[in-house]
Write a protein that binds this ligand. Structure first.
Ligand code: CUA
Length: 306
């Protein structure tokens, strides 16, 4: 009956179906009673309204029954929820960074990916971190959802029970590209997972340090490298080009050189490119080193116009 993609599916679904079932019984019952009363106490049949006397038995009945029903719903909700808060000691820790507007997952050996890759039948603990605003990590197939709050070290865990690929969504409205803040969980067999975990990152070896940095810092969530316009201007053909920026509301033409790019990272709202919104980009001073900025500029230099 249950998909059992994770060990939480059954508990959550039982609570859900019990609540839906009780709600349906009441929906049908109350609607039927309403229709019955409308007919029975219609003015033609019942021209004079009469006061109803207290009915002690009825009052006991409609106090005790709903109390039991609500306690029952609470019980099944609690049974489904409790295991989510008891994190197994041997769970694989993964550091999750939620940032406007992308996810990144970092493993104990320093490996990272924009997909969450986990082995089947092993508990995985997600340590949630956000440097900017509220996000929420939601994996519907696993029935898990937890807020990612700046300044609060939230954790969640799950045990995937079926190999496959499942959606990850951001379930907390976090700005313009919230609905694009998506990723996937890939559940692999233990063998495949170990192979992936221990493999040298061939992709990362081919990438320039600045490009890796750009992915890690989620710059590409807002700035494309192919010329398309997202929330911020594209990096393609940027280096050395003429840019019109607004400085304190005044238009100014400048050349996108090292100094300009550095300033755009450390103090992004001082010179905003004309036509783009102010105050969207987070300030990266203290989060990125001088060396990293240099790597970054080296990479941007390679993104030339066709
Ligand atoms: Cu992040 Cu919505």
């Amino acid at each position: 009956m249950f998909s059992n993609a994770s060990s939480f599916v059954e508990g959550v679904d039982i609570a859900f179906f019990i609540i839906i079932g009780i709600s349906l019984v009441f929906l049908v019952g109350i609607t039927a009673a309403m229709i019955y009363f409308v007919i029975k106490y219609n003015k033609k049949r019942h021209p004079k309204a009469e006061p109803t006397k207290d009915n002690f038995q009825l009052e006991i009945f409609w106090t005790v029954i709903p109390t039991l029903l609500v306690l029952g719903m609470f019980y099944y909700g609690w049974v489904g929820y409790r295991p989510m808060r008891i994190i197994p000691k041997n769970a694989i820790p993964v550091k999750v960074t939620a940032k406007m507007w992308s996810w990144s997952f970092e493993y104990e050996n320093g490996k990272w990916d924009s997909l969450l890759i986990v082995p089947v039948n092993k508990p995985v603990k997600l340590e949630l971190f956000s440097p900017d605003v509220l996000h929420s990590l939601y994996i519907p197939a696993f029935r898990v959802k937890e807020d990612v709050v700046p300044g609060i070290a939230n954790v969640m865990w799950f045990k995937a029970q079926k190999e496959g690929t499942y959606n990850i969504l951001c379930a907390e409205y976090c700005g313009q590209r919230h609905s694009y803040m998506l990723s996937k969980v890939k559940v692999l067999s233990q063998k495949e997972y170990e192979k992936w975990y221990n493999a040298k990152d061939t992709l990362a070896e081919k990438m320039m340090p600045g490009e890796i940095l750009m992915k890690k810092q989620a710059c590409i969530a807002c700035h494309s490298t192919d010329g398309s316009k997202l929330v911020g201007p594209s990096f393609k053909g940027l280096y050395g080009s003429k840019v019109t920026v607004l400085v304190n509301g005044e238009k100014k033409e400048i050349i996108a050189d090292d100094e300009y790019i550095k300033n755009s990272i450390l103090d992004p709202n001082s010179e905003v490119v004309e036509g783009f919104p102010q105050g969207i980009m987070t300030n990266y001073s203290g989060q990125i080193s001088e060396d990293e900025i240099k790597q970054f500029i080296e990479y941007i230099k390679t993104l030339k116009d066709d």
